[in-house]
Design a protein around this ligand. Structure first.
Ligand code: AMP
Length: 217
């Protein structure tokens, strides 16, 4: 059975999704990562979505849903998925319901990563990114050994353009206005689990494992 992560930017859900996918042998669908891949490759989709991502706005639903549909079609039913960053609004949630139904799939758990806005701003505006190695650092919480340089690849670290404070604040606004209604949506379906994302990554991971324990899938 499939799993879905909801949370504001900077809640750590992406990191947890990678870890959980590895531990439980799941396929990880991060729509943010997929869009960034298209941007890097300068594909036609990449060119269409660049402006939205730069501004911290949601990419139009049609483009997003089509991309997810392509991803789903490439998987067999035995391969289970973690949806990370999709759906981001009620329209996408209902499109996902349709896609899952058509594919004979079912959501088993929805995890909501709870974190205060101020913590998000602190985390994201201090985040440093190594585009080639994919390593992520933080100016205060996880600095690289040599300032501005990736420990692994030696490349220069950058601030992701959508991690600038003004953009982070608009991404948070988008989360509150568009994505938060999903909490109610999945709560009514009896699928929602709340996880405090303000604790350490290891504590969050243990909470996830505990919530998954004893349930099939
Ligand atoms: P993320 O890395 O998940 O924060 O996503 C980065 C950016 O990609 C977002 O700010 C949006 O512009 C876009 N994006 C990612 N997922 C979606 C989605 N499900 N719907 C619309 N836009 C998305």
């Amino acid at each position: 059975m499939d799993i879905l992560f909801i949370g504001p930017p900077g809640s750590g859900k992406g990191t947890q999704a990678v870890k959980l996918a590895e531990r439980k042998k799941l396929k990880h669908l991060s729509t943010g990562d997929l869009f960034r891949k298209h941007l890097k490759e300068k594909s036609s989709l990449g060119q269409q979505v660049q402006l939205y991502i730069d501004k911290g706005e949601l990419v139009p639903d049609r483009l997003t849903n089509d991309m997810v549909e392509v991803f789903l079609k490439e998987l067999s039913l035995e391969e289970k998925i973690i949806f990370d960053g999709f759906p981001r609004n009620l329209f996408q949630a209902s499109a996902l319901d349709q896609m899952l139904k058509q594919a004979g799939r079912q959501l088993a758990h929805v995890f909501y990563f709870e974190i205060a806005d101020d913590q998000v701003v602190d985390r994201l505006t201090g985040r440093l990114w190594a585009p080639k190695s994919g390593c992520i650092y933080h100016i205060r919480n996880k600095p690289p050994q040599k300032a501005g340089i990736c420990d692994q690849s030696g490349e220069a670290l950058i601030v992701r353009s959508d991690d600038k404070e003004e953009i982070v604040r608009s991404r948070l606004k988008v989360f509150h206005e568009n994505t938060k209604p999903l909490i109610d949506y999945y709560e009514k379906k009896g699928l929602l689990n709340r996880i405090s994302a303000e604790t350490s990554p290891e504590t969050v991971f243990q909470s996830l494992l505990k919530a998954l324990e004893g349930k099939s899938g």
